[in-house]
Design a protein around this ligand. Structure first.
Ligand code: IMP
Length: 433
């Protein structure tokens, strides 16, 4: 079935805040009913944590569905692919007895993150001085910049020895002009890069494919497919808190460009939202808590980067930003995570408006300069006694926790389809997804 008659049996999972909302767990949970999981953007700057029977998996590049042995996983053209990370993730899974053979594929047009992109990321950060973004230093920004400059090396190029060398020369010349290393490029540098890339021939030979038609055929045949986003909507390079963003499209548009699909191939959009807010790296954060409460949320919620270990900044839920991102992504269901972290609080604050120079603003774009001046105007809700931790049924949640869920549903006008009450796959209240 094609075109307008199609009812796509596919689900996108998108983060609605600054990343680290718990998308990995939600994708893993939903992938039990999916044949295919496709990742559409970002790169090894991501760190998706999944805990299964007490065993922790942290995935940076591999789609979170890879942990389920019968799920086929695709890495789309929109992803920045670091071959070293890919190789090490595959081998660490294989050591745990999880084989990716014949069920992991990477699009031929995904671009490669090169060692000098990481060096450039570091020099760019130091040149920003006090305006540094605090990037993950994984070379993500410089690699996407090279892609937009039309000099990036893509996976398909690896298999064209004639042109690979020329592309290596161009990218090295371009990059040495952009870093502190202005020295003359030598043929040895080019030889070195070519040799580096050729090392990954065997890795990519059996992984590389044309992802778009495979996904189209699967969806046209009614197969359940999950699209996995990386980072969060407030880090989108266009619609997030620019320039304190990542370099890719983390909002829904990134799905269509990152996988080469038209809109009718998308069914539901699940927006993942943490019950409070966190952010790693610099940039505006109107509801940030710099006091003991903020530290308590960080400790109780284990809010430390899963890849970099950086402490995450913490704060109250920002409904203004959430409503904006729920609409921008066309979210059909919310997945509310870490509800148990709010257990025992006497009062919970939720930001329903910003004060901007004395003016009450209820709909401000996070990419507007005024966002830097936003001061939160809070609605105070009662907390709850009792615990939401590890609950699996709505009826078992404390009354105040259920009221918090209903409050978010009413304000966003989006139903909450799933609530996460702990790290484990089983710590989930499935309401309706
Ligand atoms: P980059 O993506 O490494 O360039 O970093 C740009 C900004 O996005 C920094 O503030 C990072 O901390 C943030 N960031 C990138 N990826 C993630 C993620 O997966 N979770 C949370 N923040 C992220």
């Amino acid at each position: 079935m094609k075109g307008s008659e199609m009812q796509a049996n596919s689900t996108a999972v998108i983060g609605l805040q600054w990343g680290d909302e718990g998308k990995g767990k939600v994708v893993d949970f939903l992938s039990w009913s999916c044949d295919i999981v496709a990742r559409f953007g970002g790169g090894s700057n991501a760190g998706h944590t999944i805990v299964i029977n007490g065993e922790k998996f942290i995935l940076r590049l591999l789609p979170s569905g890879i942990i389920r042995p019968n799920t086929t996983c695709y890495i789309g053209a929109g992803v920045a692919c670091d071959p070293e990370v890919l190789e090490s993730e595959i081998s660490s899974l294989e050591k745990k007895g999880i084989s990716v053979s014949r069920r992991l594929f990477v699009d031929h047009a995904s671009h490669i993150v090169l060692p000098h992109h990481k060096d450039r990321d570091k020099s760019e950060e130091s040149s920003r001085g006090s305006n540094a973004i605090d990037t993950t230093k994984r070379g993500i920004g410089p690699s996407y910049a090279d892609r937009v400059s039309r000099i990036a090396i893509r996976i398909t190029d690896l298999f064209e020895p004639e042109t690979l060398r020329g592309k290596c020369e161009t990218i090295l010349k371009f990059n040495s002009a952009c870093t502190e290393n202005k020295s003359q490029l030598s043929p040895a540098d080019v030889d070195h890069l070519v040799a580096y890339l050729e090392k990954f021939h065997s890795l990519f030979r059996n992984l590389t494919t044309d992802v778009t038609p495979l996904l189209m055929n699967a969806i046209e045949n009614g197969r359940p497919v999950l699209f996995e986003g990386a980072q969060g909507s407030l880090l989108d390079v266009y619609y997030g808190t620019y320039p304190y963003t990542t370099s890719s499209h983390t909002t829904i548009g990134g799905l269509f460009t990152g996988l080469g699909l038209p809109p009718q191939y998308l069914g539901r959009v699940v927006g993942v939202v943490k019950s409070y807010m966190t952010r790693v790296g610099h940039g505006p954060f109107p509801t940030e808590l710099k006091d003991n409460l903020g530290s308590m949320l960080r400790e109780k919620g284990s809010e430390f980067g899963s890849v970099t270990g950086r402490p995450r900044r913490t704060g109250w839920l920002d409904l203004v930003a959430l409503k904006r991102m729920a609409r921008l992504n066309g979210v059909t269901h919310l997945a509310l995570t870490k509800l148990d972290v709010l257990d025992g609080l006497g009062e919970i604050h939720v930001c329903e408006a910003y004060d901007i120079d004395g003016e009450d603003r209820r709909d401000l774009a996070p990419n507007h300069l005024d966002f830097f001046k936003a001061r939160p105007i809070y609605t105070k809700l009662k907390g709850w006694t009792g615990s939401a931790a590890n609950k699996t049924r709505m009826a078992d949640l404390p009354t105040g926790a259920r009221e918090y869920i209903e409050f978010i549903e009413t304000k966003t006008e989006v139903p909450v389809g799933l609530v996460s009450t702990g790290n484990g796959r089983e710590d989930t209240v499935l309401i309706g997804l």
